[in-house]
Design a binder for this molecule. Structure first.
Ligand SMILES: *[C@@H]1O[C@H](CO)[C@@H](O)[C@H](O)[C@H]1NC(C)=O
Ligand SMILES: *[C@@H]1O[C@H](CO)[C@@H](O)[C@H](O)[C@H]1NC(C)=O
Ligand SMILES: *[C@@H]1O[C@H](CO)[C@@H](O)[C@H](O)[C@H]1NC(C)=O
Ligand SMILES: *[C@@H]1O[C@H](CO)[C@@H](O)[C@H](O)[C@H]1NC(C)=O
Ligand SMILES: *[C@@H]1O[C@H](CO)[C@@H](O)[C@H](O)[C@H]1NC(C)=O
Ligand SMILES: *[C@@H]1O[C@H](CO)[C@@H](O)[C@H](O)[C@H]1NC(C)=O
Length: 526
C-alpha cells in the first residue's frame, strides 16, 4: 500500500472576521411517537418501513455502476484538483474552494460521480487540521469547500479512498449476507464446555437456539448442542470467515489503495495580511445544538467546535467538580471504552472496581465514593466482534440498557455504535439505531432531564480489509446515524469529523483525540 502525503500548497491566512457556515441537511421532520410496533396490511411493521426508507435514502447516495476493465475506473493520479477562488490573501472564516476533475486510468474524463473522497487541510507545524465538504455533481466534477479556521500555513490533501466503481461494488457486496464473520458460542455442559456456531442467520437442519427480542425485532441464533439446553449459552467469540462477495475484477480495485489527487498550480504562496478579528460566539456548548460540517477544527492539537464555545477542563479538580454526583453510562464499543480507560488513568481519585467477569471484554466500573461518581462502560450487544471470549450474560442491547435506567439530571448516557456493524448488511445497523432512538424517546418520557450524548463512530486504518471494515461502510453508517437521531434533544460528538480533521487512521484514536472527545463531553454535561 503506497500513499504519499504531500504538502505542496502553502497559504498564509490572516486574521479577519470569523464566520461559520452551518451546513443544513434534509430530514428536518422526524415523526416522533408511535413506539409500539403495529402490523399494517402490507405486512411490514412501522420499524421495517422506517428501516426501508432510511436504506433507500442511503442507496441514493451510492452510485450503481458496472465496469469491465480497471482501466476505466477513477484514477487519483490522473485526476486534477484546482483552487477556484485563488486569492492573494485569505481571511480566517473564508472558504477555500477546490474543484476536482476526475479521470480514469486511461486519461479519459469520468462522466459520473460517486467516488469516495476524503478532503482535509492541515498544518503539521501548527498541529492543525479540518475536514472539507465535498459536493458531487455526478458528472465527474466535485467541489470541495474548506473553511479557513486558523492563521498560518495550510497544506491540502484530497484522497481518493475508493473509486466510484469500488464504492458501488462494496455497497452491493455489503447487502449480500451475514457470513463474513462467524461466531463461536460456548455452552456449559456440567463441568465441561461445548462449542457451536452462532450468527444472525444460521442455515442448518440441526436444532437452533433462538435468542430473540420480540419487541425490538432483534434475533441471534446458535446451533443447539445435543442434550445441552439453550440456557447454558455462556460465552461468545468471533473470527473472520474467508468469504467474499466481490468478484476478482472488483477486488482489483482495492489493490492500490487511495492515492492523493494531483494539484494545479503546484505551489501557491499567499502574502500575509492582518485586519480586525471578531471572535466566534455562539455561546457555550449545550445539549441539543446541531453540529454543522465541518463541525470544527484542530489547532495545537486541541479540538475547537465551530458551533459553540468550549471551556477547557485542564485540572483534575475541574474534571472532578464536573463529574461530582454523576452517574455516567458509556454504552458502545471499545472506542467508548477508551473513555473510561482514560478517566481511570488520569483522574487518580477514580478507582477501578473489578467485577471479575469472564474474558477481556468485560463491563468496567470506575468509582469515586467520596464524590459519588460512577462511570460504567458496557458493550453494545450483538454483534461484538473479537477473537477473545466474552460473557453473553452482560451482553444486552443498548435499548434494553437504556430501559433499565431510571434517569435524572445527574445521569448521563453516551452511546457509540458502528465499527462492529461494518461487515453486515446495513439494515442491521439501522434497526439497532432505530431501537436505541425509541429507547431514548421512552427515557425522555420518564426523565426529560437525563443527558444523552451520541458519539459518532470514528475513521480507522486505511489498510483494513475493505469488504468488512472500510471507512466507506462507516461513513454510510455515520450518515444514517445523523438521519436516525434527528430531532432528539441529544448532543453529538462528531468523532468522524474529529478524526478526519486530526488525520488519525486508527480504530482506537490516540489519547489526545480521546481527551478532546471527553472535553466536549464535559462541556455538554457541566
Ligand atoms: C444497478 O444497475 C443494474 C443494471 O442497470 C441493475 O440491474 C441493478 O438492479 C441495479 N442495482 C441497484 C441496487 O439499483
Ligand atoms: C490498461 O491500459 C494499458 C495502457 O493502455 C494497457 O497496457 C493495459 O493492457 C490495459 N489493461 C487492461 C486490463 O486492459
Ligand atoms: C462552497 O462554497 C461556495 C462559495 O462559497 C458555495 O457557493 C457552495 O455552495 C459551497 N458548497 C458547499 C458544498 O458547501
Ligand atoms: C458538472 O456539473 C457542474 C454543475 O452543473 C458544472 O459546473 C460542470 O462544468 C460539469 N462538469 C462537466 C465536466 O461537465
Ligand atoms: C437468512 O437466510 C435466509 C435464506 O438464505 C434469507 O431468506 C433471510 O433473509 C436471511 N435472514 C437474515 C436476517 O439474513
Ligand atoms: C454433555 O455432557 C454429557 C455428560 O457428561 C455427555 O454425555 C454429552 O455428550 C455432552 N454433550 C455434548 C454436546 O458434548
Amino acid at each position: 500500500i503506497n500513499f504519499n502525503f504531500w504538502e505542496v500548497l502553502t497559504l498564509f491566512l490572516s486574521l479577519c472576521t470569523l464566520k461559520v457556515t452551518i451546513f443544513s441537511r434534509k430530514h428536518e421532520n422526524w415523526p416522533i411517537g408511535s413506539i409500539a410496533p403495529c402490523m399494517p396490511k402490507d405486512g411490514l411493521t412501522e420499524r421495517e418501513k422506517k428501516i426501508k426508507s432510511v436504506l433507500k435514502e442511503m442507496d441514493q447516495l451510492v452510485p450503481n455502476v458496472t465496469f469491465t476493465n480497471v482501466n476505466t475506473t477513477t484514477s487519483a493520479k490522473n485526476s486534477v484538483a484546482t483552487i477556484l477562488n485563488h486569492k492573494d490573501t485569505y481571511c480566517i472564516g473564508d472558504q477555500l474552494t477546490v474543484r476536482l476533475d476526475m479521470y480514469d486510468n486511461l486519461g479519459n474524463r469520468k462522466k459520473y460521480g460517486g467516488d469516495f473522497l476524503r478532503a482535509r487541510i492541515f498544518s503539521s507545524t501548527l498541529k492543525a487540521g479540518t475536514s472539507g465538504r465535498v459536493e458531487d455533481f455526478n458528472n465527474g466534477t466535485y467541489l470541495v469547500n474548506f473553511t479557513l479556521f486558523w492563521e498560518g500555513n495550510v497544506a491540502l490533501s484530497v484522497l481518493l479512498f475508493h473509486p466510484s466503481e469500488g464504492v458501488s461494488a462494496l455497497w452491493a457486496a455489503r447487502k449480500k449476507g451475514y457470513e463474513k464473520i462467524v461466531f463461536t458460542g460456548m455452552f456449559a455442559n456440567g463441568t465441561s464446555a461445548v462449542f457451536t456456531e452462532c450468527n444472525f442467520n444460521v442455515t442448518t437442519k440441526a436444532k437452533v437456539c433462538e435468542y430473540l427480542d420480540h419487541r425490538d425485532e432483534e434475533a441471534f441464533y446458535c446451533i443447539k448442542p445435543d442434550n445441552v439446553p439453550c440456557e447454558a449459552f455462556i460465552q461468545l467469540k468471533s473470527q473472520n470467515k474467508p468469504i467474499s462477495y466481490l468478484s476478482v475484477l472488483e477486488k482489483g480495485l482495492f489493490d492500490r489503495y487511495l492515492i492523493e489527487i494531483g494539484m494545479t498550480p503546484d505551489s501557491i504562496v499567499i502574502s500575509f495580511f492582518l485586519t480586525d478579528s471578531k471572535t466566534l460566539s455562539n455561546g457555550k456548548c449545550k445539549i441539543g445544538m446541531r453540529s454543522p460540517s465541518p463541525s470544527g477544527y484542530v489547532w495545537q492539537n486541541q479540538w475547537n467546535p465551530a458551533f459553540c464555545t468550549l471551556s477547557n477542563f485542564k485540572t483534575t479538580d475541574q474534571i472532578n467538580a464536573c463529574l461530582k454526583g454523576k452517574l455516567i453510562y458509556l454504552l458502545g464499543d471499545s472506542t467508548m471504552r477508551q473513555w473510561i480507560e482514560y478517566f481511570i488513568r488520569t483522574v487518580r481519585s477514580l478507582t477501578y472496581f473489578n467485577l471479575h467477569a469472564t474474558g477481556k471484554v468485560q463491563t468496567m466500573v470506575a468509582l469515586d465514593t467520596a464524590r459519588n461518581i460512577q462511570i460504567q462502560w458496557k458493550k453494545h450487544g450483538h454483534p461484538f466482534i473479537g477473537s477473545s471470549e466474552y460473557t453473553v450474560k452482560a451482553h444486552k442491547y443498548v435499548s434494553r440498557e437504556i430501559d433499565s435506567l431510571e434517569g435524572n439530571r445527574d445521569t448521563v448516557i453516551v452511546i457509540s455504535l458502528g465499527q462492529h456493524f461494518r461487515p453486515y448488511p446495513m439494515d442491521l445497523f439501522i434497526r439497532r439505531v432505530l431501537n436505541v432512538r425509541k429507547a431514548i424517546e421512552r427515557l425522555f418520557l420518564r426523565s426529560p432531564d437525563t443527558k444523552v450524548i451520541i458519539k459518532e463512530e470514528n475513521t480507522r486504518e486505511m489498510s483494513i480489509d475493505p469488504e468488512r471494515f472500510s471507512d466507506f461502510h462507516g461513513y454510510m453508517q455515520y450518515l444514517a446515524s445523523k438521519v436516525l437521531f434527528q430531532g432528539l434533544n441529544v448532543a453529538v460528538i462528531d468523532a468522524w469529523d474529529m478524526t478526519t480533521a486530526y488525520g488519525t487512521y486508527d480504530v482506537h484514536p490516540p489519547d489526545h483525540v480521546v481527551w478532546n472527545e471527553i472535553n466536549m463531553f464535559l462541556n455538554y454535561i457541566c
